[in-house]
Design a protein around this ligand. Structure first.
Ligand SMILES: [Zn+2]
Length: 147
């Protein structure tokens, strides 16, 4: 039988929080890998804000979604099958529109380098919460800052 002293417990809880951080980082890495992978036509689809956008309606991360030759994002709010009449409308956002909105939210009248903004958001664990009409900035939760 193992007896835990308080130090053991402290180590255990630290390991658990590292595991959570790892999965968060993995998720973002996978999203970026997927987003940079060429499709069958050899076209490389790049999504600047993959993993950085959260849906305000349901709090899920938004999916990267290519539409009409342009990068965009969508949230189906967890619905995977055919749409039912009671399901909330899918949120679709074009990346070029998002760049302008994120710029406003960050008090940048002109976004000269959207990829630099995306890298800064990623590095600081800042999420962008999206509605059909606008965005807001979500600062990192304390668990991320503690690491
Ligand atoms: Zn949603």
């Amino acid at each position: 039988m193992t007896r835990w002293n308080p130090t053991d417990r402290w180590v255990l809880s630290r390991q658990r929080s590292h595991a959570q951080l790892g999965s968060e980082a993995d998720f973002v890495a996978i999203q970026r890998m997927r987003s940079g992978r060429p499709n069958q036509d050899g076209e490389s689809r790049e999504y600047l804000f993959a993993g950085l956008l959260r849906c305000d309606t349901c709090s899920r991360r938004m999916d990267s979604h290519w539409v009409h030759g342009r990068p965009g994002y969508r949230c189906r709010h967890g619905h995977t099958g055919p749409r039912t009449e009671h399901a909330p409308a899918t949120l679709y956002l074009r990346e070029d529109h998002l760049i302008t909105r994120i710029g406003h939210a960050l008090h940048m009248p002109v976004v000269a380098s959207p990829s630099l903004v995306a890298a800064q958001l990623r590095a600081r664990h800042i999420m962008i919460v999206c509605t059909a009409d606008g965005v807001s900035v979500e600062l990192p939760r304390p668990i991320l800052r503690a690491a």
